[in-house]
Design a protein around this ligand. Sequence first.
Ligand code: SAM
Length: 330
Amino acid sequence: MAAEATGEWHGWRAAAEAALYGPDGFYRGPEGPAGHFRTSVHASPLFAEAVARLLCRVDEALGRPAELGFVDMAAGRGELAAGVLAALPAEVAARARGYAVEITGRPVGLDHRIEWLAGPPKGITGLLFANEWLDNVPVEVAEVDSVGVPRQVLVREDGWERLGEQLSGAEARWLARWWPLPAEEGLRAEIGLPRDEAWAAAVATVERGLAVAVDYAHTADARPPFGTLTGFREGRGTAPVPDGSCDLTAHVALDACALPGGRVRTQRDALHTLGITGARPPLALASTEPAAYVRALASAGEGAELTAAGGLGDFGWLLQPVGIADVLTG
Ligand SMILES: C[S@@+](CC[C@H](N)C(=O)[O-])C[C@H]1O[C@@H](n2cnc3c(N)ncnc32)[C@H](O)[C@@H]1O
């Protein structure tokens, strides 16, 4: 970040949009998201199995429709869609239709039953599941200046920042409503408005069923004082530099995204309800069925990772039913 470097100034939203999704953007790379970080989908096949169980609950609530849609929204390389279809009971799989929605191209060798789309199909009956999508929907960043006024943060391709105009209009209203900044120089916030809009548009494609967004999240009672914008490259956190070399991500204000009837639970809680606890198998199994014990132990380790406090278990699940009752109780 050389101070003398030159380049154009942009708000973080436009800068991240180009850096992630432009022609040479980070997400256009052949390695896919799994080449840089582990989501719950990569952590264990147990995650797709739990989502398949959730899809079965949605299926029941819908009265077993002739066609049951599953939309893997922001699908990466389609790993979740493939895992969910593979984990469904035969009777449900026979009625299921899988879609993977991605800005990048279809990976070679993906299950032929999965339709690869640039946007979610309209009017599905079923489940739309967005794992770690909204944190990658670019947002503006605001920072309080020396006289206590929140301003738009501008950034150059080398990551150098300066403050721009005072915030106004819908962005200022969003800040006031969801992330009011005290008049203390240096405090920062990420303006989640584009995520609220992206989520509302995705939910609107579900005719009947459930939409779920899963992400690192925070709620109005505990916003991080300096925001969470950060970079990721090859498994490590890095400075957020919008030059296409790293992921750019910021935790999601899921409470702001929620539409009427939506609610946020932790991943730990949601996965417990779907049968993943991370509990160790009984020791007695080790002597009666050693191979089964070893398998169960490995699976317990993966379950523990998916539900861990301070890790994936703290993710928020925003559950948005559309025309059906809550399917994730008890
Ligand atoms: C962090 S990755 C998550 C991938 C996958 N869901 C997982 O959990 O492993 C985010 C993905 O969202 C995709 N993405 C971002 N915005 C999108 C959009 N508007 N439509 C479709 N895909 C999008 C990116 O290309 C990237 O593959």
